[in-house]
Write a protein that binds this ligand. Structure first.
Ligand code: FAD
Length: 403
């Protein structure tokens, strides 16, 4: 087993680290406080080809491997979760899905501009009354001539107010909707400019306040039939595929958040003194630091394994769920402890750890709540759940001309 990052990995890590620390870190406290999303970041990320990082060069991407994507997520979330979320939805949930499930027309029309960063993409599954229970969605897509007419509302959608392209999940078979048979759900590419699409931003969030989260309303939106992704009825499986890629990015990102908590806590423990000693000399503080170090290490190993499986072209649903669940849980614990290590100063925004603490919470809710991942892992262990081959899957890396 080779645990070393290769030269390309180190180059991506250093590029994204430098980018995040120069372009995001200086204003992040203000943006978080003001709940301000700065769309200028898209342009800057596009210039560095980060928005097409692990997409094949023939589609305008940088052609890097899946481990590079995880490393980029680590580095972005080390600075702020909102930056990592961009890669999660744009590459993880949307573009990798078009790469795997999209047809030649969809790749040319949508994937290429997304990979180049000319268009921004996101993912719309959740609705006001359906999150974990994705079969509970109410959005419908009724076929009329060469078009589908979409009606419904999506809620809690990252970049809802900024993305150009959305992957939207809707019922195409209303009988199956009544029977909660998920083989009646289909997936569509919807453009912001399609008449009948309106969006808005949700304010007052606990965390990811420098990011954009909102809603998408669709009223009689005419979607051309060539924007159906996969076949009619494959939408649920595609949604699960999207989430698997998104979870991978969340696992990498949460690992970066743990590292940020660890570094801030170590630094503070060296400088802050109580009872005539640096607080890092006290065993109970050491315990918190040790837990963060351990959490970082095993979260990293878990997502690296999931990335390695992707590079090999192997199914990683189980490993990705484990990596996402554990990294998010460890990030919650590490960020709570990093506030604790900072005492009263951790309770104010003089230090970044209170932002880490607020940001860590969302990741145990989106892309499968902690409870959903626990259920998945128990079901794998009990032999109740198994992964069957999918009609389309992520291409192995290095990409071939066919991908
Ligand atoms: C910041 C943020 C960004 C998001 N971005 C997106 C996005 O880009 N696109 C998108 O589609 N969605 C997005 N979401 C939505 C997210 O995916 C959902 O919030 C998530 O799936 C959980 O659904 P819910 O909030 O409706 O909670 P519910 O499903 O209502 O769950 C409520 C509680 O019940 C528990 N629970 C539910 N079912 C079970 C069960 N069977 N057994 C045990 N416990 C259970 C849950 O774990 C949770 O604790 C985002 C959410 C947030 C907070």
């Amino acid at each position: 087993m080779d645990f070393e990052l290769n030269e390309d990995h180190l180059a991506v890590q250093s590029l994204v680290r430098d980018f995040a620390r120069k372009n995001i870190a200086p204003d992040i406290k203000e943006h978080d406080r003001e709940q301000k999303f700065d769309p200028a970041i898209f342009h800057k990320m596009a210039e560095l080809n980060i928005l097409g990082l692990c997409l094949p060069e023939k589609y305008g991407g940088a052609g890097m491997d899946y481990i590079s994507l995880g490393l980029a997520c680590e580095e972005l979330e080390y600075v702020d979760t909102s930056a990592r979320v961009i890669l999660s939805v744009h590459i993880g949930l949307n573009s990798l899905t078009l790469l795997s499930w999209g047809n030649a027309f969809q790749k040319e029309k949508y994937l290429v501009p997304q990979a180049k960063g000319e268009k921004i993409a996101t993912f719309g599954l959740t609705e006001p009354n359906a999150g974990s229970d994705a079969v509970g969605i109410q959005t419908t897509a009724v076929k009329k001539g060469g078009k589908y007419i979409l009606n419904g509302e999506k809620m809690w959608i990252s970049l809802a107010d900024y993305a150009d392209n959305f992957l939207i999940f809707a019922w195409t078979d209303l009988d199956k909707k009544r029977n909660r048979d998920h083989s009646g759900i289909s997936c569509f590419i919807v453009e912001r400019t399609f008449p009948g699409v309106t969006t808005g931003t949700i304010h007052g969030k606990l965390g990811v306040r420098a990011g954009n989260t909102g809603w998408i309303a669709m009223q009689d939106v005419e979607v051309p039939e060539e924007n159906l992704v996969g076949k009619e009825g494959e939408g649920f499986g595609i949604a699960m595929f999207c989430l698997e890629q998104g979870r991978y990015t969340v696992a990498g990102g949460s690992t970066g958040l743990i590292k940020a908590c660890l570094d801030a806590s170590v630094q503070y423990s060296i400088t802050r003194k109580t009872f005539e000693h640096p607080i890092g000399d006290h065993q109970l503080v050491k315990e918190m630091i040790a837990n963060m170090a351990a959490g970082y290490e095993f979260s990293r190993l878990l997502w690296l394994k999931a990335g390695w499986l992707r590079n090999m072209g192997r199914r990683a649903t189980r490993e990705t769920s484990m990596a996402k669940w554990i990294a998010c849980w460890e990030a919650e614990k590490a960020s709570a402890d990093s506030v604790q290590v900072h005492g009263a100063y951790g309770f104010s925004d003089e230090y970044p750890v209170e932002r880490y603490y607020r940001n860590s919470k969302g990741a145990s809710i989106y892309e499968g709540t902690r409870e959903i991942h626990k259920l998945m892992q128990a079901d794998y262990a009990l032999g109740i759940r198994d992964d069957k081959p999918r009609r389309c899957d992520l291409p192995a890396w290095p990409f071939s001309d066919k991908d």
